[in-house]
Write a protein of this length. Structure first.
Length: 353
């Protein structure tokens, strides 16, 4: 007799987190496991991680033909974020965990061979979409603080697969995610540390208040870089909506999200050898570049004439339109690009807000 279980999860596409239905079907036949639905290599390898995690958690891995469909099939899936929903789907189809809570819950997390849950990137966009869908989100413990930044989210955290199974079977409760919004623990350069340079500091204040671009010109050693790097300290704090948007970009960028920088405008300082792709973003799975990571903050370009002309030309469109759209085959990702930019070289420094 065949059995079917459906578990909800989220993929990553730019700063969006589209819904993914993990459909698990158990049927008669030679034991085996196949995954369909445009999975990337890391997703295909999840079957080995899931099998080992289920066995090492003293649960029974079904000795049946297992077919897993990640729907929609035309949306590429990558990373280890689907390990947990795949494992839950297999156990639910085999009748080892209850299916009562599956329709109102979304799962995301990477499994170790021992069944422990490891954190994944891009949890904040997932929390936003889960809240809009009015579902409960289950994430690894290390991702809980990030997900809880969304005040309306109902988020549960777990350290291993056994805790999730116990919660689904209503044998135990999962702790709710908690976060701390630290506004002052992150030290940032202060403009008060600069002695003199009254005209330059006045220009920084005007640019910060009005969101203007700023260019510093002068010989080496006059304090252009010192002034530009301290501009971030006089920018107004981010609103709740702005902080969530910038945190979502940082969450999917792959550089990690520092919760201590909540409500602090971002600061990006790419090296003058950075390519246009590094500045704009892109890749097989589109990731935001330095321009988007500086959203609502400051993009500082030191040694301006050393940058390639092509690299500087890519700033034209985002400065005019306020967004960057990256298209690849059937995929398209759009990133915001309202930013402050600061340029500098031995004789020239510029800030674009």
């Amino acid at each position: 007799m065949s059995k079917l279980a459906i578990v909800y999860s989220r993929a990553q596409n730019g700063i969006d987190a589209p819904l993914v239905r993990v459909e698990v079907h158990l049927s008669r036949g030679l034991p085996g496991l196949s995954i369909v639905g445009l999975p990337e290599t890391a997703v295909k390898e999840s079957k080995d991680r899931v099998r080992a995690a289920i066995i090492n958690c003293n649960l029974e891995f079904p000795k049946q033909r297992i077919t897993i469909n990640l729907s929609p099939a035309d949306l590429p899936k990558e990373g280890g974020r689907f390990d947990l929903p795949i494992a839950i789907g297999i156990l639910a189809a085999a009748g080892q965990v209850s299916s009562d809570r599956l329709t109102e819950t979304e799962f995301i997390g990477e499994l170790s061979l021992g069944g422990d849950l490891h954190p994944v990137s891009g949890v904040l966009p997932v929390a936003i979409k889960t809240t809009q869908a009015n579902r409960v989100l289950v994430v690894p413990y290390d991702n809980g603080a990030e997900a809880a930044l969304i005040s309306a989210v109902t988020c549960k955290t777990a350290q291993n697969l056994m805790q999730v199974c116990a919660w689904l079977n209503q044998l135990d409760e999962l702790p709710s995610a908690k976060t701390h919004k630290c506004l002052n623990s992150q030290e940032i350069p202060d403009l008060s540390e600069v002695k003199g340079q009254l005209q330059a500091k006045r220009a920084l204040e005007i640019a910060a208040c009005g969101g203007h671009n700023l260019l510093f010109i002068g010989p080496p050693g006059t304090g252009k870089t010192m002034l530009a790097t301290r501009m971030i300290g006089i920018l107004p704090p981010l609103t709740e909506a702005q902080a969530i948007e910038t945190a979502a970009i940082a969450s999917i960028s792959g550089k990690g999200f520092d919760i201590n920088k909540w409500h602090i405008p971002p600061f990006e300082n790419p090296h003058h050898t950075a390519s246009a792709v590094a500045l704009v973003g892109g890749g097989s799975n589109p990731k935001p570049g330095d321009i988007s990571r500086a959203h609502f903050g400051l993009l500082f370009l030191d040694e301006l004439p050393e940058f390639s002309r092509h690299v500087l030309e890519v700033l034209r469109e985002p400065l005019e339109s306020g967004k960057i759209t990256i298209s690849r085959a059937a995929r398209q990702a759009e990133f915001p690009a309202s930013l402050n930019i600061s340029w500098s070289n031995k004789n020239i420094e510029m800030a674009v807000l």
